[in-house]
Design a protein around this ligand. Structure first.
Ligand SMILES: *Cc1c(COP(=O)(O)O)cnc(C)c1O
Length: 378
């Protein structure tokens, strides 16, 4: 049995709907992008949403619009995908790595507090693997120090924190629509925004900072001469992608509940496999289960050997979330991150995707139990 590690959940009518968009003649950013933004904002409880090419460009733009620039420090977790730090660097600012909580794997508010300097301008919490960070403490301390908050919600489409949806809590939350995340547009990003002026500026900045959109010009009854009051980027999503995104929003609840069901099955099965622990699942949050990361504790087999043995059985796994400061790209960063280093070494992601069958999952569980016991004995 060959099991995919991850797979987008598609209903089957997407091709037809994207083809209709192509036939409409609007293939770059147009009415479907606007429609997708409105539907997305409503779904995540935000005032508005601004589409971009991916979550990295969304984060870069969100930091920029909050005034982050050269000489500034932005506090981020190191335990994250490298895009988190790259978005800071892309604004000429410096990522300052803060350690994470050993249970949630999310940035620790007490560590943020200690990392604040005169150069700090923003905090970028990551809702890691779709589990919301401690937003209450983070928003409170940001307010106290006069810092901006940009949420890296790449994996958290549809998650909520203490009953409030991610996208409705902070001023700016950035989501990824990459196929490895919860819902996808192939490539794509979305910024949930709760201030109309910020939304308007983001719409300009993602389109060369031009003061009229293609859609506005197309619908105008008179000649429109555009102006460029500032400098910007091209981070436009296409209408084909937005159409796929609209299809995906319709199945988001289905995806979330299937992932939660599969996660619960894994957690139940792990109770009988020694030294491999399920992820922490706190009551305060409704997570997305973007990934299911187990923890290898004392007595567990070597992670690479376990991954290799599973792969031979047709079961691909992935190492836990990377630690950015351990990569050459950020090796120069000063870092005292014991929890991050422990978590990145001792976690392992199991296959998980909406539509995974019980038979597929049972195979993973059975082989995991066999190899965990055999490798430890050896
Ligand atoms: C995937 C991911 C990103 C980058 O998303 P893209 O859409 O691929 O640019 C950023 N941050 C985190 C935490 C991610 O998991």
């Amino acid at each position: 049995m060959e099991i995919p590690f991850s797979r987008p959940y598609l209903r089957g009518d997407e091709g037809e709907r994207v083809a209709a968009t192509i036939a409409s003649g609007w293939v770059s950013q147009g009415p479907r992008v606007r429609e997708f933004e409105a539907a997305f904002a409503e779904r995540v409880g935000a005032l508005d949403a601004v589409a971009t090419t991916n979550c990295t460009t969304a984060l870069q733009l969100a930091l920029y619009v909050m005034g982050v620039g050269p000489g500034d420090e932005v506090i981020v977790p190191s335990l994250s995908f490298i895009a988190t730090a790259n978005a800071v660097w892309q604004n000429g600012a410096t990522p300052i790595f803060a350690d994470v909580d050993p249970l949630t794997y999310n940035i620790d508010p007490d560590v943020i507090e200690r990392a604040v300097t005169e150069c700090t301008t923003a905090i970028m919490p990551v809702h890691q693997l779709g589990l919301p960070a401690e937003m209450e403490s983070i928003l409170e301390l940001a307010d106290r120090h006069g810092l901006a908050v940009v949420e890296d919600a790449a994996c958290a489409v549809g998650a909520s924190y203490r009953g409030q949806r991610i996208g409705s809590l902070g001023p700016l939350a950035c989501f990824s629509l990459h196929p490895r995340k919860v819902i996808t547009t192939g490539e794509g990003g979305m910024i949930a925004v709760n201030d109309p002026d910020v939304a308007a500026r983001l719409r300009m900045l993602r389109q060369h900072a031009m003061n009229v959109s293609d859609l506005t010009r197309h619908n105008a009854k008179d000649v429109v001469l555009e102006r460029y009051p500032e400098r910007g980027w091209n981070h436009r999503m296409t209408d084909m992608q937005a159409t796929l995104g609209l299809c995906q929003l319709e199945v988001l609840d289905e995806i979330r509940s299937d992932r939660a069901r599969l996660a619960a099955r894994y957690t139940e099965a792990l109770a009988t496999i020694p030294a491999i622990e399920p992820p922490f699942d706190p009551d305060y949050a409704e997570r997305t289960w973007q990934s299911y990361a187990v923890r290898l504790v004392a007595g567990a087999p070597d992670r690479t050997e376990l991954m290799r043995a599973l792969l031979k059985d047709g079961i691909p796994t992935r190492r836990g979330v990377m630690a950015i400061h351990e990569e050459g790209a950020y090796a120069a960063a000063a870092a005292d991150l014991p929890v991050t280093e422990d978590v990145t070494r001792n976690t392992l992601m199991l296959p998980l995707f909406a539509g995974m069958t019980d038979a597929q999952q049972d195979h993973v569980i059975e082989r995991l139990a066999v190899h965990a016991a055999a490798l430890v004995a050896a």
